[in-house]
Design a protein. Structure first.
Length: 150
């Protein structure tokens, strides 16, 4: 299917608004069951893992984080969006890339420095962990590049 003109911008803007409202259900409307979110700790696949991630993330955001969230750059190129943001004092640099097809985020990458506001606080709550995957933000020891998509 050919990209719908402006669909990438529409989906990403809706996604950012849902995040600002702390709405996990609205965030998930932007993804498909086959969507993948690539994090420093490895990929999350499907709506179940994405729901866990966003619910835990939103639940553990420090007071003032969303008010401090500032988009520094947002570029669109066809099906791809590139977002650079910050949320001082927790995140000095955050970067997301979105691949949007059929009105859904099919693939998203996320990285930030520090890797998370939790690293700065020196704690990783269990709520930011997934069984068998560890913390959403901390790269796992011995993690090697995936060559086969798994």
């Amino acid at each position: 299917m050919l990209p719908f003109p402006g669909q990438t911008e529409t989906v990403v803007q809706r996604h950012l608004a849902a995040f600002a409202r702390r709405s996990v259900d609205e965030l998930l409307l932007d993804y498909a069951e086959t969507s993948v979110l690539l994090l420093p700790s490895g990929p999350l696949r499907g709506l179940g893992e994405l729901r866990t991630f966003f619910a835990n993330l939103i639940e553990t955001l420090p007071d003032g984080f969303l008010e401090a969230f500032e988009v520094k750059k947002l570029e669109y190129l066809g099906e791809v969006a590139f977002l650079v943001w910050q949320a001082h004092p927790w995140v000095n640099l955050g970067v997301d890339t979105f691949l949007v097809r059929d009105h859904r985020i099919q693939l998203q990458t996320f990285a930030s420095h520090p890797l998370s506001w939790m690293n700065r606080l020196g704690q990783t709550p269990r709520s930011l962990e997934v069984p068998g995957k560890g913390s959403f933000f901390t790269p796992q020891p011995g993690l090697e590049a995936s060559r086969n998509g798994r």
